[in-house]
Write a protein that binds this ligand. Structure first.
Ligand SMILES: [Zn+2]
Length: 198
């Protein structure tokens, strides 16, 4: 245990996802030693993120306006919607440059043990979108792990009743148990172009 502000910083950093106690300590001491200008920029970014960033009213992606850049882009195919868990997965799919459609961000995956059921995810919004817009294909691009698979299975069941809607799933080949964002562009791009109807 350190004293005062240093320990406070380590504690706060340690609450971030994926940051263990050792990393929290390393980051804290890195910041202590860093150039004040660098720390200032981080401080500004942290300050702005809660004020300036909203979630897109259509797809749920992080956005600076009520509708995100991708939803506003008329060149993108609005009939194909790629369903992902988190905003970071949008970035992962975008990096492949394979996809020219739109997205729907669920805000997580089904995880009953953690109290996350269908109502905690943006599933109702997805159904409403399919009902209101001319969408012909839904690509399920949830993470290749237990929760992601359960979420995809649930969605397949929910989407079965929409006439004229094709539901596809990323081709296998993604590292199982992982996160979509950890797949390299080539693998994810292949999984996307090789997607199969479910
Ligand atoms: Zn959007």
């Amino acid at each position: 245990m350190y004293e005062g502000p240093v320990q406070d910083l380590i504690d706060e950093l340690g609450r971030l996802p994926g940051v263990g106690p050792k990393s929290a300590q390393r980051i804290a001491f890195h910041l202590l030693a860093a150039d004040p200008a660098d720390v200032g920029r981080l401080q500004d970014a942290l300050g702005r993120v809660k004020e300036g960033v909203v979630f897109c009213e259509i797809c749920g992606n992080v956005s600076e306006q009520t509708q995100c850049r991708i939803c506003r882009d008329l060149r993108r195919d609005a009939t194909v919607v790629c369903v992902v868990e988190e905003p970071k997965d949008v970035l992962a799919v975008e990096r492949t440059r394979e996809f020219k459609g739109r997205y729907h961000v669920l805000g997580g995956a089904l995880d009953p043990l953690a109290g996350i059921g269908p109502d905690q995810l943006r599933i109702r919004e997805l159904m409403a979108r399919i009902g209101a817009q001319d969408i012909t294909e839904i690509i399920l691009a949830t993470d290749p792990n237990t929760e992601g698979e359960a979420t995809a299975t649930y969605l397949v069941r929910m989407l079965r009743d929409f006439p004229g809607l094709t539901v596809t799933r990323l081709a296998s080949g993604l590292p199982m148990g992982g996160d979509l964002e950890f797949a390299d562009e080539l693998t994810l791009g292949r999984a996307l172009s090789g997607r199969r109807t479910v």
